[in-house]
Design a protein around this ligand. Structure first.
Ligand SMILES: Cc1cc2nc3c(=O)[nH]c(=O)nc-3n(C[C@H](O)[C@H](O)[C@H](O)COP(=O)(O)O)c2cc1C
Length: 201
C-alpha cells in the first residue's frame, strides 16, 4: 500500500481485545516515535510505557482527581462529574497498554524572555505531535489499534506525579494501544473540505 493510502487507513480505535501487547512490540512503536523530526536535532521527548495494572490505576487516579477539581470549578453537577471521571478511568485502566509522551527542555534552546521560551516550547510540542503520529502509524502497521487521549495536557503535573516521574518531564500526550476489538467500528470520517482548509497565495 502507498504511504498516502496507509495514512488514510489509520483510524482512532477505542476498543481493544484484552490481550497484552508484548513489550518489544511497544518498544518498536516508541522507536518509530523517536524518528520524528525535532528542533535543533534534539529529542525533547520521554515516552513512558505503562502496561501494569498498578501504573494504569495510578495515572487514572491522579488525572481523575485533577479533572474532578476542574469540573467542580466549572460548576458541573456532582453526578455528571462521577460519570465522566469514571468513564475516563475505565478507558485508561482497560486499555492493554498506554504510552505517555512527555516533553523536557533537553536539547532545546533557552531564552531570557517569555515570548521566545513559549515559541521554543511550542516547537517541542509540535515535534511531540509528529512523534505521536509516527507511533500510531507504526501501531497500525503492526496490526495494533491506538487512540490519542488529550487528558494529560490538561494536568501534566498530576500525570507526572502519579507515576513518580522526574520533575522536568511534563506529560502532554497519551496513547491507548492494544489489539483491536474486531467489533469496533471507527466513527465516520467526514470528507476533507479542501477548499475551506487549503489556500493559495
Ligand atoms: C491532540 C489530540 C487529542 C485527542 N484526544 C482524544 C481523547 O481525549 N479521546 C478520544 O477518544 N479521542 C481523542 N483524539 C482522537 C481524535 O478524536 C481523532 O483523531 C479524530 O476524531 C479523527 O479520527 P481518526 O483519528 O480516526 O482519523 C485526540 C486526537 C488528538 C490529535
Amino acid at each position: 500500500m502507498s504511504v498516502a493510502g496507509f495514512i488514510e487507513q489509520r483510524r482512532s480505535i477505542r476498543a481493544f481485545r484484552p490481550d497484552p501487547v508484548e513489550r518489544p512490540v511497544l518498544d518498536d512503536l516508541v522507536e518509530a516515535a523517536c524518528l520524528a523530526p525535532a528542533p535543533h536535532h534534539s529529542r525533547p521527548w520521554r515516552f513512558v510505557v505503562i502496561d501494569t495494572a498498578d501504573a494504569k490505576q495510578a495515572l487514572a487516579d491522579g488525572m481523575g482527581e485533577q479533572w474532578r477539581t476542574d469540573l467542580a470549578g466549572d460548576a458541573v453537577d456532582a453526578a455528571r462529574i462521577d460519570e465522566l471521571v469514571h468513564a475516563s478511568h475505565a478507558k485508561l485502566t482497560t486499555a492493554p497498554a498506554l504510552v505517555l509522551g512527555c516533553l523536557t527542555w533537553d536539547g532545546l534552546d533557552r531564552y531570557p524572555d517569555e515570548a521566545r521560551r513559549r515559541a521554543e516550547w511550542g516547537m517541542a510540542l509540535l515535534s511531540l505531535g509528529a512523534a505521536v503520529e509516527n507511533l500510531m502509524l507504526a501501531a497500525a502497521d503492526a496490526g495494533l489499534a491506538s487512540c490519542w487521549v488529550a487528558a494529560p495536557i490538561f494536568c501534566p503535573e498530576a500525570a507526572r506525579d502519579s507515576l513518580e516521574l522526574p520533575a522536568e518531564w511534563l506529560p502532554h500526550a497519551l496513547v491507548l494501544v492494544g489489539y483491536p476489538d474486531p467489533a469496533y467500528v471507527a466513527r465516520e470520517r467526514p470528507p476533507i473540505p479542501l477548499d475551506e482548509l487549503r489556500f493559495h497565495r
